[in-house]
Write a new protein. Structure first.
Length: 178
């Protein structure tokens, strides 16, 4: 016994549904501003991918630690900018101190891409209402401010800080940033 195969006709544009919503969608896709916006977005994405890796610690001076033969700290010098800044690897810092710092400074540190949009929105709404001000800077944004000597009290400065924080997060792990 032979099995009869019923051919399925190829779909044509005339076979597609022609509701008013579909016509509007086709019209929007064909419009030049949508194509221009898509091209602009793709160009920005490729430029973002082509950005070089920013130096994390280049140009930052650290204090010199003078120790005796048993490793006991005798003296700490000041840096060129008159600060006491001692390099300590993350593995030598107490996990309790790291946890406390993250809880106080940026409790969503592991969950955001360098910028916490919810905190930024909350902070912006607090500015308008004249209520209590809360900071929106993440640890990565604070690093960007310190690393690039940014003035973040203006809208433009805050925007540059956000871009730099996203750039740092793109190139470095959370542990390296911390």
């Amino acid at each position: 016994m032979k099995t009869r195969v019923i051919p399925i006709p190829q779909s044509r544009e005339s076979d597609l549904p022609k509701g008013p919503g579909l016509r509007k969608l086709r019209c929007v896709i064909r419009s030049s501003w949508v194509r221009s916006l898509a091209l602009l977005g793709m160009t920005a994405w490729f430029i973002w991918l082509a950005l070089p890796k920013p130096p994390l610690l280049d140009g930052i001076s650290f204090s010199q630690c003078v120790r005796d033969r048993n490793g006991k700290l005798l003296r700490v010098t000041l840096t060129t900018d008159q600060k006491s800044r001692v390099w300590t690897p993350l593995q030598k810092i107490s996990p309790a101190l790291i946890d406390a710092t993250l809880r106080y400074e940026d409790k969503y540190y592991a969950r955001h891409p360098g910028v916490n949009p919810v905190a930024l929105l909350r902070s912006a709404l607090n500015l308008r209402g004249g209520g209590a001000h809360s900071g929106a800077s993440t640890i990565t944004m604070q690093l960007a401010r310190l690393r690039y000597h940014l003035c973040t009290r203006t809208l433009g400065g805050k925007f540059v800080q956000i871009i730099r924080a996203l750039e740092l997060e793109r190139h470095y792990s959370k542990a390296e940033i911390l």
